[in-house]
Each structure stands twice: as C-alpha cells, then as structure tokens.
Design a protein around this ligand. Structure first.
Ligand code: PLP
Length: 356
C-alpha cells in the first residue's frame, strides 16, 4: 500500500480495483460500494487524521456508544457524469450545512467544511470510473458521523468518526406507491429530531411501515404528532399535493426535514408559472379534494428516487385512487431535475457543482 498525502488527506491506495466484479446493469440500491472510503476521527477535541482508504470493515468495541444510544447522523447525495465524462454534484453545500445542523441537534461536533469538500473531490477523483453516464445513473454518496467512544454511560461521546461511502446507483424506475395516512404513529414531534437526518428517525419508521406493507401499501404519509390532522412527509421523502393546478407542500418545521429535492421542486414550479402554496394542509382537505376529483397528484421528493408518484392513499380504511393526469407535474419535475443534474439542460439556479 502506498501512502500519498495531498494537502490534508492521506490516501492509502488499493492494490486492485473491484469494479470488474460489479454488474452495473443489475445494481441493488446501496449494496455495492466503490473502491475507496473516507474516514476521519474526532479525538481530544478536534477532527483529525482525515484518510481515504480501501473500502472495508471497521473494528469497534461492542461497547461503542453508537450501538447503544444511536448518536449518529447521515446525509444522502449524488454525483453524476455527463456524456463528456465531466462529473457533477447537485447542491452539495446544502448537504454540508444540513449534516452539521443534524450533528448539532445530536450533540455531535460539527465537521470542517474543507475536509468535507476535499474528501468528496478526492474520493470522486479516485473512484471516477464508478460513475456511469446515462439517464438516471449516478453515484450515491453517504456521509455519516457516529459516536465511537467506548463505554455505555448515557452521555455524549467524546470521540466520533465521520465517514463517506459511495455506491453506484441506476436509474430506478420506481413503481407508483400506495400510501397509508398515519392515524396513530408519528415520525417526529415538536421539539424532537424530525428535522435532523438522525439515524434513529429511520429505525423508528420501519415498524409502522411494515404494518402498512401488510395491508398492501408501501409507505406511510406522516401526519402531525399532536392531532394527526396535518399532512407532513411521505416515508423518507417530502411530499407534494396537487389540487387542481395548485402545488401544495407543508412548511419546514421541527418535524419536517428541509429536503434539497423539495426546495428544488418549488423553484422549478415557480419557474414554470405553476401556483405553489407552502402551507399546512389538512387530511380532511385532501379527502374532500379526492372525492371531488380535484386531487390530481401526490408525489414524494427526495434524493434517492428523485420524484416518487403516489397512485392511491388510504385513510380510515377507505382507499382513494389517484388517476394519473396527462400533464403530470411529477413526470415533468423529475425530468427537469434529472436534466439539470446530468448536465443535459441549462442550470439557471447554479445547482450543478462541477468537479475539476
Ligand atoms: C433525506 C430526507 C428527505 C429528502 O431530502 P433530500 O435532501 O431531498 O434528499 C425528506 N424527508 C426525510 C425525513 C429525509 O430524511
């Protein structure tokens, strides 16, 4: 293993790439990882030893705090390659700011900007062959931070690890999703951690989602934890409702995650002259609109699937089908977003971040 040091980050080179072992036409999302990963430790009050090394296992004591108290946060972002072989990220500044916002809420020390961006640049340079051009192909990037102090005392850790993993992803043609509107369970609560990408937020969603699955639905639309009256998010995505030709989404709050896809869709809608309303929306309003044939679309918005159309929702044991409109906003925004991300369209908002 050779050791090269650039400005900050030391690099341990792989002996041989494992790219040949991966079938890029049959990728399961988040299962195959690239040759390299990034690792940086927080010790003695500072982040230190940023290192890029061959992707591999960690050795951790079973008493490591993250296993017991879930003190961990993460991000999800993507890199794209255009037909000229140029590589781009999409609004990475947003992910950087958000992981530190999440970290703050979880009492994890903030990660330095220069390490984050230098790690991304260097990793993407080393693993650039893993990014395939072509519609919908991308490299999913998973930065995360976790408590690594050994000991089970219930107090914040004084040691952490920040890591970045990368996994090639295909255009995934998601089937339309059927959702259940939550009447009992909640994803998040006022004063809680719903706005943070905290690991445990996902863990807590699995059980109610399994119950929805057993009834033939794939996802849950989360409602406010106080009254289950207002619509908030769909699964692990932000959610949009189209009533007649108006696009409605809930405002960001303690309970709602500030999604990059959500705010990008709002911008694209404004540009298209589509009327948008960022306001609380009641379940009763949705049900009324569905009954009056005014509910044209529901779709989720998030980095992994980009836009995920909902074909039916269930509320109080009644199922409401949503016939697909010819002028689908979901289809339109998905195409517009992906065209910008993959450098097939103008970038009027400066969202593309080229990697030299
Ligand atoms: C990550 C996430 C989203 C989507 O955010 P993007 O930045 O668009 O990927 C929405 N809701 C929740 C709960 C999330 O964790």
């Amino acid at each position: 293993m050779s050791l090269i040091t650039n400005e900050h980050i030391s690099i341990e080179k792989i002996k041989k790439s494992k790219i040949d072992q991966v079938d890029f036409d049959k990728l399961t999302f988040g299962k195959n990882f690239t040759d390299y990963m990034f690792e940086c430790d927080y010790k003695d009050g500072k982040w230190q030893n940023p290192t890029i090394k061959p992707y591999g296992n960690l050795v951790l004591s079973p008493a490591t705090k993250v296993f017991h108290y879930g003190q961990a946060v993460f991000e999800g972002m993507k890199a794209y390659k255009d037909d000229n072989g140029d590589v781009f990220l999409f609004r990475p500044e947003e992910n950087f700011n958000r992981i530190n916002k999440s970290s703050k809420r979880m009492a994890i020390p903030e990660f330095p900007r220069e390490y984050f961006f230098e790690a991304l640049h260097t990793l993407l340079q080393l693993d650039k062959d893993w990014i395939k051009p072509g519609d919908g192909n991308s490299l999913y990037i998973r930065p995360f931070a976790m408590a690594t102090e050994v000991g089970v005392s219930a107090a914040p850790s004084d040691e952490y690890k920040f890591m970045i993993l990368m996994a090639p992803a295909q255009a995934y043609y998601t089937h339309d999703v059927r959702v259940v509107i939550a009447e009992h369970f909640s994803r998040s609560a006022d004063g809680g951690v719903g706005y943070a990408k905290a690991a445990g937020n996902y863990g807590a969603q699995f059980y109610p989602t399994n119950l929805a699955r057993e009834k033939g639905f794939q996802q849950v639309i989360w409602t406010d934890s106080n009254e289950h009256k207002y619509l908030e998010e769909a699964g692990t995505m932000n959610v949009f409702f189209r009533i007649n030709d108006t696009l409605i989404t809930a405002p960001i709050s303690d309970r709602i995650l500030d999604g990059v896809t959500r705010k990008s869709v709002l911008k694209l809608a404004e540009r298209a002259g589509i009327k948008t309303e960022v306001r609380r929306i009641q379940v009763s309003e949705l049900v009324e609109a569905a009954k009056n044939n005014e509910l044209k679309e529901i779709f989720g918005a998030g980095t992994a699937a980009v836009i995920s159309p909902v074909s039916a929702f269930s509320y109080k044991d009644t199922v409401y089908d949503i016939p697909k409109p010819d002028d689908s906003y979901a289809v339109r925004f998905k195409k517009e977003l992906m065209d910008i991300q993959q450098n097939r369209a103008e970038d009027p908002f400066g969202w593309r971040y080229p990697l030299a």
